[in-house]
Ligand binder design. Structure first.
Ligand code: ZN
Length: 335
């Protein structure tokens, strides 16, 4: 039973928006582009992993958690956690293209692309060991001790490996059901009650990860980002405020709700709270009254009165704003 589904990651959406607002001469432009590509690949990999569990039914009692964020002696994230009476299995997806080699005595893996380019990445065994220890600590804090197994999943069945590590289980997506089924056939260490209470405790212990605001996480000063409302047609920033909306000087497009994606950008990239003054600055808007109307229409909590009033967007508010922005940007809703 899948009890925690895979949601699309707000971080990926935020990085896309950060990249849009980053001037192309910015010194971090390339590194943000690379972070965006890596996050997109990771996200696609995790989705693929989740799809395996959608397609396959296991003939024994089990619980599946995708994208689980827990805290014990440290914070940790598990791509997919499979819980059954035999124990838990940690599955981490590594969506890295190319030929992968595992140099001995190194904590890295090296990938080689067809064009000869090589890049190094942290060895997945490091992440799996770290997650195993933190999960053991999570169980220890609850007076439980249960077997923890782990495997890394690479999404491409044609992928080639060199010098793989003996202590690292590598699976392709289609091998996962057989791997887990074999575990399910071993003798159980948990009874029905224990299994269910662990499933409940894991679910209650999960906290959605809030990566915002991204500019500070990526060491970019918010002052360096492009301001203004982005034209939904030609993509230019700096739509003019017109009666009941926004107009693009470049392509003539008008948009009643262009400020919604703009405000989403502010909360995702700059800060989780915004004043009227900051709203006017970010949207390149003169009118105090219009900024006031925009902020009120966000339908998010506020603090303080008059000039001291700030509007505050937590993760939940950012998610719902993101849905509204996606509607206005004529895209499929992201969350
Ligand atoms: Zn335009």
């Amino acid at each position: 039973m899948i009890i925690k589904k895979k949601k699309n990651s707000g971080k990926l959406l935020g990085l896309e928006r950060l990249f849009q607002r980053l001037p192309d001469h910015h010194p971090r432009y390339l590194s943000i582009e690379n972070a965006l590509k890596a996050t997109r690949a990771g996200e696609n990999g995790e989705r693929l992993l989740a799809e395996v569990f959608h397609k396959y039914q296991f003939p024994f009692e089990h619980y599946i958690f995708h994208d689980l964020h827990l805290r014990s002696t440290g914070r940790f994230q598990i791509d997919t956690l499979f819980l059954c009476k035999q124990g838990v299995v940690i599955l981490e997806m590594k969506n890295i293209a190319g030929r992968i080699s595992f140099p001995a005595d190194q904590n890295q893996i090296i990938r080689t692309l067809d064009n000869g380019q090589t890049d190094s990445f942290e060895c997945p065994s490091i992440q799996l060991n770290r997650n195993q220890i933190l999960l053991e600590d999570w169980f220890y804090a609850r007076n439980m001790s249960i077997p923890i197994l782990k495997a890394v999943v690479f999404p491409r069945p044609q992928q080639q490996f060199e010098n793989t590590r003996t202590n690292l289980t590598i699976l392709f997506p289609l091998e996962i059901p057989v791997f887990l089924r074999n575990i399910g056939e071993q003798s159980p260490t948990l009874d029905d009650t224990q299994l269910r209470s662990i499933a409940t405790a894991l679910m209650e212990s999960h906290r959605d990860y809030n990566p915002f605001p991204l500019s500070s996480n990526y060491n970019i000063s918010p002052n360096e980002l492009k301001t203004g409302v982005r034209c939904g047609q030609c993509g230019l920033f700096g739509m003019q405020s017109i009666h009941k909306g926004w107009g693009c000087n470049q392509c003539g497009y008008t948009d009643q709700y262009g400020h919604i994606p703009g405000m989403l950008d502010f909360f995702m990239l700059v800060n989780n709270r915004i004043s009227n003054k900051e709203c006017r600055h970010f949207l390149q808007l003169q009118s105090h009254q219009k900024a006031n109307r925009i902020l009120k229409q966000l339908e998010i909590p506020s603090q303080g009165e008059k000039k001291g009033r700030v509007y505050i967007a937590g993760l939940k508010e950012i998610e719902s704003l993101s849905k509204r922005a996606a509607e206005y940007e004529s895209k499929v809703p992201i969350w």
